[in-house]
Design a protein around this ligand. Sequence first.
Ligand code: CTP
Length: 407
Amino acid sequence: MDTVEPSGRSVLKGRRLLLGVTGGIAAYKACVLTRLLRLRGASVRVVMTRTAERFVGPATFAALTDHRVYTDLFDDDPGHVLHVRLAHEADIVVVAPATANVIAKLAFGIADDLLTSTLLEARCPFVIAPAMHTGMWEHEATQANIAALAERGVRVVGPARGSLAAGDEGVGRMSEPDEILAVIEDVLSRGKDLAGRRVVVTAGPTWEPIDPVRFVGNRSTGRMGFAVAAEAYGRGADVTLVVGPGTIEPPEGPRVVRVTTADEMRHAVFDAAEGADAVVMAAAVADFRPERTAGSKIKKEDGTPDLRLVPTPDILGELSREAGERVLVGFAAETDDVEAGGRDKLARKGVDLLVANQVGREGMGFGSETNRAAIFSRTGEGEPLREWSKRELAAAICDRLVKLLTR
Ligand code: CTP
């Protein structure tokens, strides 16, 4: 079976997969599936039901995924609602094995534990691999539930005919891990609408040195740019991610170029933008830098330093003045009138898309998982100001990139 793309890159590389494991003996095969997914570069989070824990221990999945396994709706996740976070983080949800019980709950929208609550919240593609005794599988209730799920776009793999628990034979055996893997790859490789495109994304702050230990900077963590880079990469783009200092970990997949100052970011962006199809400037580039950087640490006894600031290069402004077919996306961090600021910057910066963000409020903008933002487009296909998860916003930006690149 060929599970690697011709480019040598598996569609699973860097993708975030949520694996739901429910109670059946086939849970042991979910361990093999996890191993296969990890070998292809996927990042896997496992949610187990209580019954699944009777068949395989969470420690097994924790070791295979290098991550804790979630079993309880109230598992500790400071600052987040666990099932909402897990659902929003996933690029794809896989339930293997899927019992008749979880299939019924999913069909009816019942959310009475961590897994089913996560499943109800998730909006990404679903793959389920049923496993149960023949009678349960053939029961008209199960068949109706499966038909309802298939109708909603859930991909169902198997079940196969073969030996079942307690020495029985028949239809109901979970498909083999490599078959489930092939279906997951097939589902993920649909949505490759940025394949063959080169996209440059910037993320994080820049630090402008005052002396060897101090700098002028801002609170950006890189989350927004990372979400755009991960989304574009997942949709098949060749992504270069230019990252400022002090950010959280960048996503796996994109080529990462690290810089510190606005000047370095400018060089890195112009290098990467050569021949690129789009540049997304999500970085919070410092607008000013100290005119002079002291060669050694400024001492208190020398008195309060006179800090004169001068503007940094406006990278986006320069890019927009360069001729070319490149699509340009700018961000505007606004504390006051977000919509007016966004509209103004769309025109002033000469960009195709402008994402205007509300910053400076608790739980919003820098460092948070959500953004209050509006999208302005040169072609008028914008989005009004509302709350988004950063992933959702990244997906909306990539949807518009695809449109702008194909017009
Ligand atoms: N930007 C840039 N180079 C800079 C400063 C900003 O390329 N030196 C980019 C940012 O990455 C962002 C956009 O310009 O995509 C807007 O940044 P923002 O700081 O909100 O806007 P400014 O034009 O700097 O306006 P102001 O700070 O006055 O609101």
